[in-house]
Design a protein around this ligand. Structure first.
Ligand SMILES: Nc1ncnc2c1ncn2[C@@H]1O[C@H](COP(=O)(O)OP(=O)(O)OP(=O)(O)O)[C@@H](O)[C@H]1O
Length: 384
């Protein structure tokens, strides 16, 4: 990465082969104080394409930070291989490459800035320490620091002390420091979670624009699905150290692989499949047959499956509307959520959630018809 903006007119291949980050069979276990062993990263194989914004997403404890720290060299994996932009940094028979020698920048949740140094000195730090020390003359460092401070909107703050900045500004300094050395990969560990909601939104948009402009590969850890959806070219959903699904935000949202992914991202109705019958596109559930779309799900024959559909793809009507994927029901609850109202509707013993425009007639006890577009119904595995 250079600190000029990305030249979209450059001929294909002018930047060399597209590599990015390759992780193969990576494992990292920890021993807890009580002696139990935790598989924080459990046989992870993953390709993070060069120039993409890749998000590692999952609940607390799923291993996303440990995986990121393995990439940074801050954690020593037990097994596997890591290659960053064609450079093997960890693998069998390989001398482990130390964090400062890896071609990565890193931004932490806690900013990790030097409080006694000025903004400019913090940003210059990666250029004045480690192996680059001899290579860059002072004047060039000053010019480079000015360039990144400008990108981050901090041009007039170079001589300030860190303590004189707001949280959002401090994180901008940390971002500037991560990109100053021109590394092609920048690792982010929940960088916006200490920043208040409004500033977080702005920084998120700026970060995405800056990443696209400069063209670096971003690997970004978060537990916030909205943040993941907004930022990512590729989302990796993790659970208990393992990758549950890897794909674009749209893939993950519209074609979740299993119940876990469907429930972790967005609001889904999950109807257990009681039998497939003969037609892969018409499955049987407790509410009756459901017409579904999409490819047949992976997994062994006979594995438990559920039909997943998003709450906003359902409709609700006080008029009778019999037909395919339509059922009579009764409103059990209505919760006003601003942009929509969530109606909980009982269909026999089963409850579904329907997100629809607020309607004062739809009160608990009201008889209604609900239904869902078959194109919005996919069959997914009930378990991992
Ligand atoms: N140094 C350590 N010693 C022992 N166990 C650890 C250590 N670091 C992480 N773990 C355990 O490994 C698992 C994964 O932790 P990790 O911090 O990678 O998860 P995470 O998904 O990033 O969670 P969070 O969002 O809370 O940071 C957890 O069970 C955690 O308790």
């Amino acid at each position: 990465m250079t600190l000029t903006t990305h030249d979209a007119s450059a001929p294909a291949g002018a930047e060399g082969p597209r590599t990015g980050v390759d992780i193969v069979g990576l494992r990292k276990r920890f021993r807890a104080p009580d002696g139990t062993v935790v598989a924080a990263v459990d046989d992870v194989t993953l390709h993070l394409p060069k120039g993409d914004f890749c998000v590692l997403l999952g609940p607390s404890g799923c291993g996303k930070t440990t995986l990121l720290r393995c990439l940074a060299g801050l954690e020593h994996p037990d097994e596997g291989r890591i290659t960053i932009d064609g450079v093997p940094v960890f693998g069998p028979g390989l001398r482990t490459v130390e964090p400062q020698d890896r071609p990565v920048g890193m931004v932490f949740q806690s900013y990790a800035l030097w409080p006694n140094m000025t903004v400019a000195d913090n940003v210059a730090f990666p250029l004045t320490t480690g192996p680059r020390r001899e290579r860059m003359p002072k004047e060039q460092i000053r010019a480079r620091v000015e360039e990144v401070l400008k990108i981050m909107g901090l041009s007039s703050h170079g001589s300030r002390a860190i303590g004189q900045l707001s949280g959002g500004q401090q994180q901008r300094v940390a971002l500037a420091r991560a990109i100053v050395a021109g590394t092609d990969v920048v690792l982010f560990d929940e960088p916006l979670s200490n920043i208040d909601a409004k500033v977080r939104e702005i920084l998120r948009r700026e970060l995405r624009a800056m990443q696209q402009d400069l063209g670096f590969t971003a690997v970004y850890v978060t537990h916030d699905q909205a943040e993941a959806m907004e930022l990512a070219d590729q989302i990796t959903v993790m659970r208990s150290g393992r990758v549950m699904q890897n794909g674009s935000a749209r893939d993950i949202y519209e074609r979740p692989r299993n119940r876990y992914v469907a429930e972790f991202i967005g609001t889904a109705n999950l109807l257990p499949v009681t039998s497939d019958g003969g037609d892969a596109r018409l499955v049987h559930t407790a509410v009756g047959p459901v017409r579904v779309a999409g490819p047949a799900p992976e997994g062994p024959a006979g594995a438990a499956r559920v039909v997943a559909s998003r709450a906003h793809r359902w409709w609700i009507d006080t008029a009778e509307r019999p037909g395919e994927n339509a059922w009579p029901g009764e409103v059990a609850a209505a919760v006003f959520a601003g942009s929509h109202t969530e109606y909980v509707v009982r269909i026999g013993e089963t409850s579904v959630r329907v997100w629809a425009a607020d309607d004062p007639e739809l009160v608990p006890g009201r008889k209604v018809w609900v239904g869902v577009d078959p194109a919005a119904c996919v069959v997914v595995l009930d378990h991992d």
